[in-house]
Write a protein of this length. Structure first.
Length: 452
């Protein structure tokens, strides 16, 4: 990059102290260590860009807002309690780099493309070289796992393929450990992510052993995104799809509960992992665990989110929606629910590609089952009126009730919508009987409509 040479030249002299608070007094008799961040805003970022730095979980050090000087340079100092990831942020874009006690000074270059941050450059940092290799290896395994998420683990062949991916991944991370033997990645991340040969023997062994690992009770384990990657990659496979999987949460959360800080962090990332997975059975099991163990739910933010989510989950009563249709008439969801056997609440955005692809598939379904008691009530995100009208003409069918959200898009929050389009099936008593997303709505819907 054209400013790289300039960056190294400037890094040899004193860096200007930007608009920041420097923590200069050394704490007494504790395990904290000091670091210094020296950096330069490089290509296309804009010299006056506001930059925000802070540690990954945001609990142990003050987040600092920095402004670079006229040359585009800045620096900041911190005292930290433990190693982990640091972030820098410009606008809504974030990047991360690894901080450990072994490396006291981090020289970084920030590069932008149309004001969006590109990959952070960390110069002369073996720890970050190891971390980048670890991240790339994990990305590959995550991509491999995507092919197995919907498979049945009772199928021996599928399980063997799944295990082979884990074994390949562990060989690759072992190679990283050998290449960087004294690194934080080798001694902490690779070790924490490893599955023993005993746990790889069969599905039952994996379920019984993997989520009981003591690493989940170590607060430092949550200083990188590794825990959420572990949960996203493995929870679908570990959880028994034949039951409520309640036992999985007993193992995992009881282990983490040995340390309050660890429990608080785990409870948050577990919610995020389950919400992203859209596994309704696992989400319901987590809600059930929270209801039965109120004293163990120490993450208040997660508790609030789960209480909101519980109100729109399967078996809950539907939440009424009152909005205007294309003619400006007020329409209520309750009027539709109580006058039909099943109501499919469909929440979408008129300019969403998945919505454009999925909603037309419901037209023949409605035509087949409308006389038997099916009604469709669509709620569009607040958008351009003409765009909405054109969407209805091209992608919806006769007999559908179509309304548009107001500026708040409040229905999205009431129904805890995480992806578009989303579908909520409600029976004539007002009970939510199923929640669906684009890739499963047709198969899941048929299961219920065959009962009509």
């Amino acid at each position: 990059m054209k400013n790289t040479a300039l960056f190294f030249l400037i890094s040899m002299v004193h860096f200007s102290v930007a608009q920041t608070k420097l923590q200069s007094k050394k704490p007494l008799k504790d395990n904290r260590f000091s670091i210094e961040i020296q950096g330069m805003v490089m290509d296309n970022c804009g010299k006056s860009a506001d930059l925000v730095f802070g540690d990954f979980h945001g609990s142990d050090t003050e987040v600092q807002k920095l402004k670079s000087d006229k040359a585009g340079t800045f620096n900041a100092k911190y005292w930290l309690k433990e190693p982990g990831l640091f972030f820098f942020r410009k606008g809504g874009e974030s990047q991360y780099f690894l901080i450990t006690p072994k490396e006291k000074r981090y020289k970084i270059g920030l590069s932008c493309n149309k004001n969006a941050l590109e990959m952070l450059q960390v110069f002369s940092s073996p720890e970050n070289k190891a971390y980048l290799e670890f991240v790339e290896t994990r990305k590959k395994m995550t991509n491999d796992f995507e092919n197995y998420r919907s498979k049945n683990l009772n199928d021996t062949i599928i399980f063997k393929e799944f295990i082979s991916k884990i074994i390949d991944y562990q060989k690759n991370t072992a190679a990283i450990s050998k290449k960087y033997p004294n690194s934080y990645v080798a001694n902490k991340l690779v070790v924490a992510d490893r599955i023993s040969e005993t746990d790889l023997k069969n599905v039952e062994a994996l379920r019984n052993g993997y989520l009981k690992r003591l690493a989940f009770a170590d607060p430092r384990f949550y200083n990188t995104p590794l825990p959420i990657h572990i949960l996203e990659n493995y929870l679908d496979f570990i959880a028994n799809k034949a039951d409520s999987s309640f036992l999985v949460f007993e193992w995992l959360l009881n282990t983490a509960g040995k340390n309050k800080t660890a429990a608080e962090r785990l409870q948050g990332i577990l919610y995020d992992a389950l919400y992203k997975s859209k596994r309704q059975d696992l989400i319901r099991s987590y809600i059930l665990w929270e209801k039965q163990h109120p004293g163990k739910m120490v993450n208040e933010v997660t508790k609030f989110k789960m209480d909101v989510l519980a109100k729109s989950m399967v078996d809950a009563q539907f939440i009424n929606v009152v909005l205007k249709d294309t003619l400006g008439n007020t329409r209520e969801l309750k009027d539709v629910v109580f006058s039909s056997k099943y109501t499919l609440l469909t929440i979408y955005n008129p300019d969403c590609s998945h919505c454009i692809e999925t909603l037309p598939k419901l037209i023949p379904v409605m035509e087949q089952y409308e006389s038997k008691g099916l009604k469709i009530f669509t709620v569009a995100a607040k958008n351009d009126y003409n765009l909405w009208i054109n969407f209805i003409k091209k992608h919806t069918g006769k007999g559908w009730i179509n309304v548009m959200e107001d500026q708040t898009n409040s229905s999205f929050g009431k129904y805890s919508i995480s992806s578009l389009p989303s579908f909520v099936l409600i029976d004539q008593t007002g009970k939510i009987v199923s929640r669906m997303v684009a890739n499963d709505v047709m198969n899941e819907l048929q299961k219920w409509l065959l009962k009509l």
